[in-house]
Design a binder for this molecule. Structure first.
Ligand code: TRP
Length: 372
């Protein structure tokens, strides 16, 4: 059996460059290599609601944003099944069965759950001192995420590094299910991280560890060229590099981190032939005599070169929004068929498929039917 690739995003905002280098770019490459049996990409609206129960409108608005981001990056609905999580009710049945195989203690140890709880003040230590209760649905979302993965028998999950504990927990659930019900219905997935280490966690434009909407340090795929340019011009560099002549540091300098993530071999020939490669540019910056603004202008050119085709596709899809919903509807129908088949197999393994189980019915009949 070939690889089955699956990944998704929460529709809580527009997708940004961190999503792009961390996962989106890779998905399009995987799609175009064609080296898989099937590929699924989905919008995790149910997961988004686990900490947005009071704001379904936010989720509703962002479904189309994320769908446009997917399509504009080059995901092709002819090759990839694009769907919406909430449209696959089988996922919730699976989640329920899985939740009996997972302990509260195991969830509490999940590092991603821990840090996300802290970020949201669900651990009683929020910055604004508001003690927020921990929603059960949020706490257990790794179980529902395992259902997302298992329903499609995914072998390969391309995601960012922060999702590693989720995939590990999913693998445990698969082993537990197959072991408990003595079957091989479910498949252990593998995480697929970006090959380029800098792409695993792109810093924000302020140099903070992660690009994130709540930190306000994002460049969005849908930003206008002007907005993107402003953001790059204001980007965090080396605070010790005051005058052009000063030696500069490239480590922790966002401009160079972004160049490492985005630059391709022929960008220098195309946009800055003074240098042959990124190493030459870095050497000059380290020696001194190279100003930040020149490097930022180069980065702007590189980013525009990557983003222009994305912007053009986005513009085209924006002209036909009903068609975008249509793509999502068709994808959801196709995905549901696959999930229903897996759920059926799971119920068979658990032997809770009572009405299909002629042996069970005969056995019970024999037990109760006494000769007079
Ligand atoms: N948790 C993922 C995120 O926050 C989104 C997600 C939900 C996902 N279900 C998934 C990713 C299944 C991969 C596979 O980005």
């Amino acid at each position: 059996m070939g690889r089955i690739i699956l990944t998704g995003d929460r529709p809580t905002g527009k997708l940004h460059l961190g999503h792009y280098v961390g996962s989106l770019r890779n998905r399009v490459l995987l799609q175009n290599e064609g080296n898989y049996e099937r590929m699924f990409v989905f919008i995790a609206d149910v997961q988004a609601l686990t900490d947005n129960a009071d704001n379904p409108e936010k989720v509703r608005q962002n479904i189309i944003e994320v769908a446009l981001d997917y399509l504009s990056c080059g995901l092709d609905p002819e090759k990839v099944t694009i769907f919406i999580q909430s449209q696959i009710p089988e996922l919730h049945e699976m989640t329920q069965f899985f939740s009996n195989l997972v302990t509260v203690q195991r969830l509490q140890r999940n590092p991603t759950v821990k840090s996300e709880m802290a970020m949201r003040g669900y651990n009683g230590e929020s910055e604004d001192n508001n003690q927020r209760g921990l929603p059960v649905g949020f706490f257990t979302y790794p179980i529902s995420q395992a259902a997302d993965i298992c329903a499609f028998k995914s072998t390969t999950v391309p995601v960012g590094e922060d999702q590693e504990p989720m995939i590990e927990q999913c693998r445990e659930i698969v082993r537990s299910f197959n072991g408990t019900y003595k079957c091989d219905v479910l498949v252990e997935p593998e995480i697929l991280l970006p090959g380029n280490i800098v792409c695993r966690r792109l810093p924000g434009t302020d140099g903070k560890a992660k690009m994130s909407k709540s930190l306000g340090n994002c460049i969005y795929l849908s930003d206008t060229p002007k907005d993107m340019e402003q953001k790059v011009k204001g980007m965090f560099t080396d605070p010790g590099h005051l005058r052009v002549e000063d030696p500069g540091k490239v480590e922790g300098n966002c401009v160079f981190t972004y160049l490492d993530a985005f630059c391709e071999a022929d960008d220098f020939a195309k946009f800055w032939p003074d240098y042959a490669c990124i190493e030459e540019l870095k050497d000059h910056y380290r020696r001194g005599g190279l100003g930040d603004m020149k490097c930022k202008k180069f980065l702007i050119q590189v980013l525009n070169d990557r983003l222009d085709p994305i912007r053009a596709r986005r513009h085209a899809y924006e002209q036909d929004i009903p068609e975008v919903y249509n793509i999502l509807r068709k994808g959801s129908e196709a995905a549901r068929e696959v999930a229903a088949k897996t759920l059926h197999e799971m119920k068979e393994a658990m032997q809770i498929n009572y009405f299909d189980d002629a042996a069970l019915i005969a056995e019970q009949a024999a037990k109760y039917c006494h000769e007079q």
